[in-house]
Ligand binder design. Structure first.
Ligand SMILES: CC(C)(COP(=O)(O)OP(=O)(O)OC[C@H]1O[C@@H](n2cnc3c(N)ncnc32)[C@H](O)[C@@H]1OP(=O)(O)O)[C@@H](O)C(=O)NCCC(=O)NCCS
Length: 163
């Protein structure tokens, strides 16, 4: 059975789905020990960002919050919905508005690092003690928007259909 996936956007200044995004982030933090940002930081950053959200019916299954400069603040896909292309689709949505995108990932977050590298992100540097709990991060970047947009063309088409 095919599931209808709908793309919704919280434009900068809007936080209509901030609570649903927070609940998904917290579910992942509790299970996986990643996405540890505190609530005040999260809600403030979410509101300032362009937030791309994927819904199956009314269930939020993934979201990406992207800053004005193309930096991905948060990227999350529900654990039971991983491996279905949702993460890639959210990165593709960010790429529609930016020539290059970047992010940080926890040095111990092997799933996220493998995912980003698989999509063509390159590690630029390691930052010691980047996180509040003392954890290290990698700073990653995906450049050359034109080529990438071509590569993700299929996903752009699908995102448009989903809107
Ligand atoms: C990272 C994350 C967003 C990936 O989401 P996802 O929906 O499972 O990823 P997708 O299904 O879109 O995968 C896209 C591609 O990456 C590959 N990929 C995904 N996870 C991978 C992994 N752990 N190792 C290797 N490749 C991986 C997929 O095989 C797929 O390849 P394909 O396009 O050739 O078929 C998800 O695991 C997640 O939410 N993790 C917890 C939160 C987190 O760590 N966020 C990042 C914080 S920096």
């Amino acid at each position: 059975m095919s599931v209808n996936v709908e793309t919704r956007v919280d434009a900068p200044g809007s936080a209509e789905y901030a609570e649903a995004a927070w609940d998904l982030k917290e579910r992942i933090r509790e299970r996986e020990g990643v996405l540890k940002q505190r609530r005040t930081f999260f809600v403030d950053a979410y509101r300032r960002a362009e937030d791309h959200l994927l819904f199956e019916e009314d269930d939020l299954v993934g979201f990406a919050s992207v800053r004005r400069d193309g930096y991905i603040l948060f990227l999350a896909v529900a654990p039971e919905r991983r491996g279905e292309g949702y993460g890639k689709r959210l990165v593709a949505a960010a790429l529609q508005d930016h020539d290059s995108i970047s992010c940080h990932a926890r040095a111990t977050n092997e799933d996220a690092l493998s995912f980003y590298e698989h999509l063509g992100f390159e590690i630029q540097r390691r930052i010691t003690g980047y996180y509040e709990d003392g954890g290290d991060a990698y700073y990653l970047r995906l450049g050359d928007g034109a080529t990438l947009r071509e590569r993700f063309a299929d996903f752009f088409r699908r995102s448009v259909v989903g809107e």
